[in-house]
Design a binder for this molecule. Structure first.
Ligand SMILES: [Zn+2]
Length: 253
């Protein structure tokens, strides 16, 4: 299994438009972060987790030629706004399977009503195949995908475990029985927004505590704000099995 970090930034991305913060003016490419998403390559299939506003550029810069499924963590715009841009994949492949909580599918239907229209559908609109996720194991072909259920402030969010890889973003609180699903991971990806506390995201200290509790072989931090600091400086002080993810990083599990 290979994982490509397509974006590792928080909702506004880095740099933030018009910001005079030094991190937003950094010349280190690792300090430029598109909105969060990862691509999981498994047996020549491309499984996307979240499809945010930078989806088109992420597909072009990697480049990705086919898309086999999209898993959504939750309905916030930084995780869903790119759905219309699946059109090139739809034109070549037909309807694209999407997997999400029923609440998230309902939100997508409001926002992208034309994609889900069953009558008089505009011929240029993309098509999707809806799959509702509950908090139980799903299968993509013979790949077992275990949803991990947690809270982003009060909003329910799903993370996903596939084999020994798990991707959890926008986490603030989680029940013990969900943490148990993360036993024996080789790679854990977890959100770490910034240094100071935040109402809906783990900060750096909380993310490191979470990693110490889960004990994966390696962990990567994502959904990063400019307020976390410069990539190079923050990474120097992390435990030896913890890394800051950066855009276009590829890892093999
Ligand atoms: Zn987010």
């Amino acid at each position: 299994m290979e994982v490509i970090f397509l974006g590792t930034g928080t909702s506004q991305g880095i740099p933030i438009i018009g910001s005079d913060h030094p991190v937003c003016h950094s010349e280190d490419p690792k300090d430029k972060r598109l909105r969060v998403s990862v691509l999981v390559k498994w047996k020549n299939k491309n499984i996307l987790i979240d499809c945010g506003p930078d989806f088109r550029m992420q597909m072009l810069s990697n480049p990705i030629e086919s898309l086999d499924a999209i898993l959504f963590t939750h309905e916030h715009n930084d995780h869903t706004a790119g759905l219309d841009d699946i059109r090139p994949f739809f034109f070549r492949q037909g309807d694209i399977p999407i997997f999400a909580h029923k609440r998230v599918l309902d939100a997508l239907k409001k926002r992208f009503e034309y994609i889900f229209a069953s009558t008089n559908k505009y011929p240029g609109a993309p098509g999707v195949i809806e799959n509702v996720i509950e908090n139980k194991t799903i299968y993509f072909q013979d790949l077992e995908i275990i949803p991990i259920d947690f809270k982003h402030n009060r909003l329910q969010v799903f993370g996903f475990r596939m084999e020994d890889f798990a991707y959890l973003t926008d986490l603030k609180s989680i029940e013990e029985e969900e943490v148990e699903k993360l036993d024996g991971l080789k790679v854990l990806v977890i959100n770490a927004l910034r240094i100071k506390a935040h109402h809906s995201h783990l900060n750096l200290e909380e993310a490191l505590e979470f990693i110490a509790r889960v004990k994966p072989e390696r962990a990567y931090l994502t959904h990063i704000s400019h307020l976390l600091g410069f990539h190079e400086e923050v990474e120097k002080d992390l435990p030896e099995n913890v890394f800051l993810a950066y855009d276009n990083l590829k890892i093999t599990i």
